[in-house]
Design a binder for this molecule. Sequence first.
Ligand SMILES: Nc1nc2c(ncn2[C@@H]2O[C@H](COP(=O)(O)OP(=O)(O)OP(=O)(O)O)[C@@H](O)[C@H]2O)c(=O)[nH]1
Ligand SMILES: [Mg+2]
Length: 305
Amino acid sequence: MSSESPEPVILQGPAESRPKSALIGCGGTGCNIIVEGEVKDQDISIAISSEPDIMKALKSEKVLVDVRGIEKDATSVKKGTRVVSNETEGKLAEKLDKADIAFIIGGLGGYTGGWGAVLAARAASIEKCISVCIMSEPFSVEGGSRKDRAKAQFRRLMDTADILLIIPNDMILAEAPNIPINQAFRVMNSVLALPANLMLQNLGKDDIRLLKKELRGKVFAMDIAEWDRDNADFAVIEKLKKSNWLMLEDREPSSALLFVEGHILYDDLIELGKSFSRETGCQKVFIAKTGEREYGLKVTAVIGF
Ligand SMILES: Nc1nc2c(ncn2[C@@H]2O[C@H](COP(=O)(O)OP(=O)(O)OP(=O)(O)O)[C@@H](O)[C@H]2O)c(=O)[nH]1
Ligand SMILES: [Mg+2]
């Protein structure tokens, strides 16, 4: 292990220049997240759904799609095409209204969610808006065709999204095995909204430009580590190293975005970033300080591979 660890970048935050932001909720999961108000402070909310009844109840901007049509649209555009290729993309691009960053949230494996996210990421790219796709992965118990579709959607998103964060539904069951399914969905929705909220509250325009340049094309996983006693910096990194969702013991991350809550000074943030690099082999670490807490640290780690 090398003794020289790379210097982390401390992000500036939105005080100087706040990005204009959009939330695009895709399919059942995405529309529920809009209804529940899980994401706070975005400038624009857009729902993509194939269900007119669900749409009626929503106060956001709306793009109604046809279940089969959206799959055809999402799978027929050629990689790298930078012009609007179908009606849904056109509507989404217009509603983005010069947003700097779009959080595209939904569940992989169905139709409107996964394929809608692909078209939303394309619309963002056409509008030169940075796309952060946060998608759930179906429960292991869900059937094979859902899994296959989730894989196909994932591959499309790899080509289109700037930042792609995958959160397995299984994560919720592992943490709380006896939770009823509707409650599990609710918990999962707040987990999906979490990285969007952290980015909305803690990143400025320059930060998102930097992150797009440095993080594009990677697939991200997320976990949270918390420690309320002494040596919290050491303890949270140990916890992250052992995380079942990050699997840092089996693979070396290429980049990390650490949201740090705690009573911690600038120099100690730098040290935390360096220790993380040293312990995991991660060469690019970005840190956002999210807020104060009396004891210990809470680190939400978004890790790219
Ligand atoms: N977290 C979460 N997951 C959900 C919710 N509703 C359904 N799911 C799960 O998310 C995955 C995708 O389902 P939907 O979000 O309904 O996606 P969709 O594209 O509308 O799917 P279809 O209705 O099959 O077209 C499935 O694995 C569901 O089990 C929800 O509100 N929250
Ligand atoms: Mg659905």
